[in-house]
Ligand binder design. Structure first.
Ligand code: ATP
Length: 235
């Protein structure tokens, strides 16, 4: 098992955002977490990255209990988050944004990897010395993924990456996720675009008010009529 999330709780004061949930990801899987606004999806990803404190439970990654590790240590050890809203640095150049993705790396020549990202995303290459502020929404999303790749992750977590993208760009983004996965990267994908996510995922979990209310293969989730009506956009 690559990632085991065991009975974790996240609280913000009295708000119990994640309620003793467990989920796991095998090496090489694409796992999606679905659910309405406020279900606790972002809190779950932040808990795995170490950006919010656990009120209970444990997170085991690659055989080690990382529950008390700092966020940078988790990045260094192979966990990389593409946050909601991309959060790229608009005052910096495209290339410097990519370099930020490698800040926690101990060694290695990153210039070849930067060039590899530019090969993959020619639009970014053309704008490498420009401010990231000039990028379109889709290009910003690709930059956020490229930045996460530079941390050389074993697992990439993406928080609603399709938000605000045109259908064509959403398709390209999911194809990119699939390609990264084919090359061995495990993926934990939070999405509100449920049909797209279930087309690409090996398994999914549905969160409701901090609880897991369903889990299984896309076929199983899509066959559940109550579920598709309530959470999956009416089937
Ligand atoms: P969305 O899709 O809207 O981002 P989500 O499923 O990602 O929703 P979270 O952002 O994890 O949900 O939020 C879960 C609950 O925790 C919500 O009730 C939210 O208001 C609350 N919450 C999130 N972050 C904080 C915070 N920093 N302080 C207090 N409450 C918070």
């Amino acid at each position: 098992m690559l990632l085991e999330i065991k009975d974790i709780d996240v609280r913000y004061g009295r708000n119990h955002a994640v309620k003793t949930i467990s989920l796991n990801i095998e090496q090489g899987e694409i796992v999606t977490v679905l659910g309405a606004n406020g279900a606790g999806k972002s809190s779950l990803l932040k808990a795995v990255q170490g950006m919010v404190r656990l009120s209970g439970g444990n997170i085991i990654f690659d055989g080690e209990d990382i529950s008390r590790w700092s966020a940078p240590k988790r990045v260094q050890n192979g966990i990389s988050l593409v946050p909601e809203g991309r959060q790229i640095f608009v005052s910096m150049s495209v290339e410097d944004n990519l370099l930020m993705g490698a800040y926690s790396r101990k060694e290695g020549d990153i210039s070849a990897e930067i060039e590899a990202v530019f090969e993959r995303f020619p639009n970014l290459k053309e704008r490498r010395h420009m401010s990231a502020a000039v990028l379109s929404g889709g290009e910003q999303q690709m930059l956020a993924v490229g930045r996460a790749m530079l941390a050389r992750p074993k697992i990439m977590m993406l928080d609603e990456p399709s938000l605000g993208l045109s259908p064509l760009l959403v398709k390209q983004l999911f194809e990119l996720i699939k390609e990264l996965n084919d090359n061995g990267l495990s993926i934990l994908l939070v999405e509100q675009n449920t049909h797209m996510a279930l087309q690409y995922a090996d398994r999914g979990y549905v969160l409701e008010l901090g609880d897991i209310v369903a889990s299984g293969t896309p076929d199983k989730l899509l066959a559940d009529e109550k579920l598709t009506e309530a959470y999956l956009g009416g089937g």
